[in-house]
Ligand binder design. Structure first.
Ligand code: IPM
Ligand code: MN
Length: 356
């Protein structure tokens, strides 16, 4: 098969983790006789520096012409420390999501036996936890307008907007996943306070009638935040709006043991994007210490979701699990004094794939 992908490494540790993921992608392609072609493009702070635009038109057209996008991370302390900057790296990521119509961000949360003791949560609570957060990605407060400041600068406002259509398409997608899994869907909202949440609940209640084989549960987001770490095994598929999903999935990474382990797939209307859920970790940039596994696992999702190549994705996942069993991992999940570098982990995973 011909795989034509766009590679957007972005900022901070982005280029390092992407380089490691590409080693595994290449190894899988060689093994299964796929022809890989990829082109790189700018996004985020590096794109602002080069062009003034965090998601240049050239990058967008490359994404549109590709079969999948492998994405690193964006963000830079320069912009974080300058809240009044007019153009921000994050706008690049948001523009990409919107322009590609990526309304669903799928974040699977699983545990790895060798990592159980790395979680601050008790092993028996998390062992076997296996659920999927489906985060709405192109609506809500991230995109609602008006957003801004009053003239005197002392009042600021954001707007949360959702339409029936936006809720309908993601809730149906979530039911589809629930049907293929353990047939339970948790709809997370704040319907006791927010009008948008009440629409979410109403629309999901209506749709639930069409999926009688799936058990539907409604949960307020504050309660969900608690339940997530108190009884994570009670979740199968969770669907929620953009901002709630952003927060709950960082929290969920505690179950896996490190933020450096969680991959994601963003799907919707145009080309799908595969990216780790963590950020650009600028403190680690250039030090060869960042965990590349979330990006390598995102590449596994790319094979499965964008190309329907299940065996390929499975082999990558197996290689990642093997690297953890062998203790070939970066400092965030290693035993004290036994950390491997980003590139050593990437090389190990790729050579496992080659030799399999
Ligand atoms: C994520 C990130 C982004 C988000 C930021 C970088 C804009 O935190 O992908 O979860 O909030 O969506
Ligand atoms: Mn986030």
């Amino acid at each position: 098969m011909k795989l034509n992908i766009a590679v957007l490494a972005g900022d901070g540790i982005g280029p390092e983790i992407i380089a490691e993921a590409l080693k595994s992608v290449q190894a899988v392609c060689t093994k299964f006789n796929h022809e890989l072609t990829y082109k790189e493009a700018l996004v985020g702070a590096c794109a602002i520096d080069a062009t003034g635009n965090p998601y240049p038109e050239e990058t967008h057209s490359l994404c549109m012409q590709s079969d999948a996008v492998l994405f690193g991370a964006i963000g830079s302390p320069f912009y974080d420390n300058n809240p009044s900057a007019k153009v921000r790296p994050e706008q690049g990521l948001l523009a990409m999501r919107k322009k590609l119509g990526l309304f669903a961000n799928i974040r699977p949360v699983t545990t790895f036996p060798s990592l159980l003791h790395k979680s601050p949560l008790r092993s028996e609570l998390i062992e076997g936890a296996d659920f999927m957060c489906i985060r709405e990605l192109t609506g809500g407060m991230y995109f609602g307008r008006p957003q801004g400041r009053s003239e005197d600068g002392d009042t600021a406002y954001d707007t949360c907007v959702y339409t029936r259509e936006e809720i309908d398409r993601i809730v149906r997608l979530a039911y589809g996943y629930a049907q293929k899994r353990r047939k339970k869907l948790t709809v997370v909202d704040k319907a006791n306070v927010l009008a948008t949440s009440r629409l979410w609940r109403q629309v999901s209640q209506e749709i639930s009638a069409e999926y009688p084989d799936v058990e539907t549960e409604y949960m307020f987001v504050d309660n969900a935040a608690m339940r997530l770490i108190q009884w994570p095994k009670s979740f199968d598929v969770m669907v929620t709006e953009n901002m709630f999903g952003d927060i709950l999935t960082d929290e969920a990474s505690v179950i896996t043991g490190s933020l450096g382990m969680l991959p994601s797939a963003s799907v919707g209307i145009h080309t799908s994007v595969f990216e780790p859920i963590h950020g650009s970790y600028p403190q680690a940039a250039g030090k060869n210490i960042a965990n590349p596994l979330a990006t390598i696992l995102s590449a596994a999702l790319m094979f499965e979701y964008a190309f329907d190549l299940k065996e390929e994705g499975k082999l990558i996942r197996e290689a990642v699990a093997a690297s953890m069993d062998a203790g070939v991992v970066t400092e965030d999940i290693s035993e004290k004094g036994k950390a491997y570098s980003t590139s050593a982990v990437g090389d190990w995973v790729a050579s496992y794939i080659k030799n399999k």
